[in-house]
Design a protein around this ligand. Structure first.
Ligand code: SAH
Length: 213
């Protein structure tokens, strides 16, 4: 599937109109072809601003939400970033354009392998993928400058907060149910944690343990 320049222009216009105004984030989103991360019949809808189904019953997030989350994360070029919930790999690919190194984890091996193959095809070399229950984080590489969860937790997982550097930022959806979730930003300061509530969102839940596929 290839898309023309007009479709891509309109995509960027939609992102801007929905509040994605950070120039670095928009440039990163322009560089990553969302169609590469969607398999099968849905690929022709890659440039519509909606979540779409991927393998293992999961979803690739809505592009404007990806943009707003990335913007809220305030990534700098020297940052080491941890993403929980690789899914299609689309969000990790965008982070890879903004950060020094990205670690991304999913509980489905099949999704991790598919995402890794797309990173290789696109010569993206600063992403490390792994299969695990990401709610424990990745102690070997901690602390992280930035942590992004793309699945909804009831509360920010303790091990992830513990793996955030002082001055570090974590963005995640939190909520008790599928219907009501809010996107929050947690900043670690010298003395504790600051919380900002950003907007209402809807994500698949953060689940325990490994997936079957
Ligand atoms: N960031 C993705 C969208 C992710 S959908 C993208 O850009 O396409 C959420 C993902 O979180 C799913 O793939 C799901 O398998 C994963 N997930 C849920 N609970 C998890 C956990 N405990 N550890 C790791 N991944 C988890």
């Amino acid at each position: 599937m290839t898309f023309d320049a007009a479709t891509k222009m309109e995509f960027l216009y939609t992102l801007r109109s929905k509040g994605v105004t950070d120039a670095r984030v928009l440039t990163a989103m322009e560089q990553v072809d969302r169609a590469d991360y969607i398999k099968g019949t849905f690929a022709d809808r890659a440039y519509e601003d909606m979540p779409l189904p991927i393998a293992c019953g999961q979803t690739i997030s809505q592009p404007s939400v990806v943009g707003l989350m990335t913007q809220a994360l305030q990534v700098s070029p020297r940052d080491k970033v941890l993403e929980i919930g690789t899914g299609s790999g689309y969000q990790a690919a965008i982070l890879s354009k903004l950060a020094r190194r990205v670690y991304t984890v999913d509980r489905y091996r099949r999704l991790v392998h598919a995402a890794r193959a797309v990173f290789e095809q696109n010569d993206i070399t600063n992403i490390t993928t792994f299969t695990a229950d990401g709610s424990h984080g990745f102690a070997e590489q901690a602390p992280f400058d930035r942590i992004l969860l793309t699945a909804a937790a009831e509360d920010p997982p303790g091990p992830l907060l513990a793996q955030l550097r002082v001055g570090g930022v974590m963005v995640l959806p939190v909520g008790q149910s599928d219907a009501v979730q809010s996107l929050i930003r947690v900043t670690r300061t010298e003395t504790g944690l600051d919380y900002d509530e950003l907007r209402a969102v809807r994500f698949v839940p953060l689940l325990e343990g490994l997936g079957q596929e």
